[in-house]
Write a protein that binds this ligand. Structure first.
Ligand SMILES: [Zn+2]
Length: 248
């Protein structure tokens, strides 16, 4: 079939325009949950890095606590050995105790240096923890307002879809059922586009199908200039029309 005769060319072109607009709107509605999920995922990632920083800080604080306990143990050792010194009479035992005390003192000094290092690390970790906490709060506020905007946009889009679908149904009801059947069949097989406008290249004067972009033969060019008929694209089988023939 090279030509589809019908007096409803204009009505079908108009219906295709409505359907294309509806598809775009429905696509935008479908995008909203995807966008919201992406915002939620980014926020969850940020929260994870925040809890990692918090755990690092807690680990450093625990390390420092253990170092302080070890210092207390070393001090206790020093005191004990000093008490023992008074009871010792024998020279070798006395020397051994002094040496023990020296060892404990050295250990204590080393631990005190470690505690200072820990304090420095804790300061840095606490600053990072505070920075991430503030960032998470900021991102959460931003995310919540973006989500609220997206949800409002979705509601508005859904209302537009409903109104457009109603108009579309009325327009479709006015078209002959066998033409509608052909149209729906083509639309389902051609990515939603059953009726395509033929494009004319102003420079070369060549015509092409607005659906599959293949060039049209001289016979097809004659066909698209006929009134009350659609030409059929030989490549994609879409119903072709020329704007100036239909609306000119
Ligand atoms: Zn085509």
């Amino acid at each position: 079939m090279d030509l589809l005769h019908t007096t409803e060319v204009k009505a079908l072109v108009e219906l295709q325009r409505m359907d294309t607009a509806l598809d775009v709107l429905a696509g935008r509605v479908a995008e909203v949950p995807v966008k919201i999920a992406a915002l939620d995922a980014a926020f969850e990632d940020k929260k994870k890095s925040m809890s990692a920083a918090r755990e690092a800080l807690l680990a450093l604080q625990l390390k420092k606590k253990n170092q302080e306990l070890e210092i207390a143990e070393a001090e206790e050792g020093i005191r004990k050995h000093q008490r023992d010194l008074n009871a010792v009479k024998e020279n070798n035992a006395f020397k051994a105790l002094l040496s023990e005390i020296e060892t404990c003192k050295n250990k204590k000094d080393a631990l005190e240096t470690e505690v200072l290092n820990s304090l420095e690390a804790i300061d840095l970790a606490a600053a990072e923890d505070a920075r991430l906490k503030a960032e998470v709060r900021r991102i959460e506020t931003e995310k919540n307002s973006e989500v609220a905007l997206l949800e409002a946009e979705k509601k508005e889009l859904e209302a537009r879809v409903a109104a457009a679908a109603e108009q579309r149904a009325a327009a479709a009801a006015a078209i002959a059922p066998e033409l509608m059947e052909k149209y729906e069949h083509l639309r389902s097989r051609r990515a939603g586009l059953a009726v395509a406008e033929a494009h004319e290249d102003a420079k070369t004067g060549k015509f092409s199908c607005g659906g599959c972009h293949m060039g049209l033969t001289p016979q097809k060019i004659v066909d698209i200039k006929k009134h009350d008929a659609f030409a059929v694209c030989p490549d994609c089988r879409r119903l072709l029309y020329l704007k100036r023939t239909v609306f000119g």
